[in-house]
Design a binder for this molecule. Structure first.
Ligand code: SAM
Ligand code: SF4
Length: 331
C-alpha cells in the first residue's frame, strides 16, 4: 500500500528514519553516558521486534526510504540480526544500516551482512589504546579494531565509515593518526562535532572542535579537496588530493544542516522524535499496544511531523538541553 509522502510544516520531505533498538550499552563514552550508566528501560517498555517492524513498514508506505539502526549499542539487543532481517525485507526501503561501537562485530558482522545490512558506521574515538580507554571507559580498542577488520572482509559491507566525536583537548591528537588510518584502510573516517547530548550535562561550546579546525589541521599535512555531497548528507566529504582515501566532517554545531533535514527518530520505548534536540516527543507505543489501526498511527505520525522543528537552537541563548541524552535518543 502507498500513502501520501511525509512532509513537515516547513515543506521538508521526510525520508530517513533512525531507530534505537535499545537504550543499553556496553560502553560508557564520556560524551554520551555517565560512568554508572543510566536508569535502563524495563524490558517490557521496549518495542518488540514485530512492533518495530510494523512502524517501519507503515513509515515506508509514507516515503521513508532509509533506516539506520542504532541505540544505545544495537548489537547488545538479543537476536539483533533477526530484527535486521525483518527490516531489510520491507519492500519499499532502499537501505537499512547500522551504527555500532564495534565491540561485538567479530561475533555479529556475518549475521548482519547476511541479514541484508548494507552500510555500517563504526564509532572509534582514538587509535591509541589508553586514550580510547579513557574516552569510552572500556579497554576495548584492540577488540573494536579486530571487529572492524572482520567486517571489512565482507565486500557487501563497503564503504565502511568510522566515526569519531571531535572534542577539543582530546581529538586534536587523533587527527593525523586518523588521516593516516583513512589512507591506509578502506574506511572513510568522519569527525562529528561534540553536541550537548551528554549524560553528564557538562558540554559547553568551548569543547567543540569544529570541522573547519579539523580540516585545516589535516589539510596542512595531507592536502584535501572537496568530494561531492549527496542530498541530505550530514557529512561534508573531502578526498585526499593524491586520490588515496577520504574523510568526512559532520558539523551540526558550527554549520547546522537543518535546512534540508529529512530525518525522524524512533526511541527504543516507541517515542517519535522529530529532532535530536526535540523537547517534545510523540508516544506511539501506547496506541500500538491498545489496538490503534495503521490509519490511526498514520495520523499521529503526520501530526508530529508537521510540527518538526525548523532548526536546532544549540547556538542560541536560552538553548535547553533535552532530558534524553544521546544513548536514550538513538544517535
Ligand atoms: N553505540 C553505538 C555507537 O556508539 O556507535 C550507536 C549509538 S551512539 C549514541 C551513535 C553515535 O552518536 C556515535 O557515533 C557516538 O559517537 C555519537 N555520539 C554520542 N554522544 C554524542 C555527543 N554528545 N555528540 C556527538 N556525537 C555523539
Ligand atoms: Fe554507548 Fe554509543 Fe553512547 Fe558510547 S556513544 S556510550 S558506545 S551509545
Amino acid at each position: 500500500m502507498q500513502r501520501e509522502p511525509l512532509i513537515d510544516g516547513h515543506g521538508r520531505r521526510i525520508s530517513d528514519l533512525r531507530i534505537s533498538v535499545t537504550d543499553r550499552c556496553n560502553f560508557r563514552c564520556q560524551y554520551c553516558m555517565p560512568a554508572e550508566g543510566l536508569k535502563w528501560l524495563e524490558r517490557d517498555g521496549i518495542l518488540r521486534f514485530e512492533e518495530i517492524e510494523r512502524l517501519a513498514a507503515l513509515l515506508a508506505q509514507m516515503g521513508i526510504r532509509t533506516v539506520r539502526l542504532t541505540g544505545g549499542e544495537p548489537l547488545v539487543r538479543k537476536d539483533f540480526p533477526a530484527l535486521a532481517a525483518l527490516l531489510t525485507r520491507i519492500e519499499k526501503l532502499d537501505e537499512v544500516s547500522v551504527t555500532t561501537n564495534g565491540f561485538l562485530l567479530e561475533r555479529d558482522a556475518q549475521a548482519l551482512v547476511q541479514a541484508g545490512i548494507a552500510r555500517f558506521n563504526v564509532s572509534v574515538d582514538s587509535l591509541q589504546r589508553d586514550r580510547f580507554f579513557a574516552q569510552t571507559r572500556r579497554d576495548a580498542l584492540p577488540r573494536v579494531l579486530r571487529g572492524l577488520a572482520h567486517l571489512a572482509t565482507f565486500p557487501e559491507a563497503h564503504p565502511i565509515k568510522v566515526n569519531a566525536v571531535a572534542i577539543r583537548g582530546f581529538t586534536e591528537h587523533e587527527l593525523l593518526p586518523f588521516a593516516r588510518f583513512a589512507r591506509e584502510h578502506p574506511y572513510e573516517v568522519r569527525f562529528i562535532e561534540y553536541m550537548p547530548l551528554d549524560g553528564d550535562r557538562s558540554w559547553d561550546m568551548t569543547q567543540v572542535l569544529t570541522g573547519a579546525e579539523i580540516f585545516d589541521a589535516i589539510n596542512k599535512h595531507f592536502p584535501l579537496e572537496p568530494a561531492e555531497r549527496a542530498p541530505h548528507a550530514t557529512a561534508r566529504t573531502h578526498r585526499f588530493a593524491d586520490g588515496i582515501g577520504k574523510i568526512g566532517l559532520i558539523n551540526p554545531v558550527s554549520e547546522p544542516f537543518c535546512g534540508d533535514c529529512d530525518r525522524i527518530r524512533l526511541t527504543a520505548d516507541g517515542r517519535l522524535r522529530t529532532c535530536l534536540f526535540s523537547l517534545n516527543e510523540t508516544d506511539l507505543r501506547t496506541p500500538l499496544r491498545t489496538g490503534a489501526t495503521d490509519d490511526d498511527l498514520e495520523q499521529l505520525i503526520r501530526d508530529a511531523i508537521w510540527r518538526k522543528e525548523l532548526k536546532h537552537r544549540v547556538n542560541e541563548p536560552g538553548f535547553i538541553q533535552p532530558q534524553r541524552t544521546m544513548s536514550a535518543i538513538g544517535g
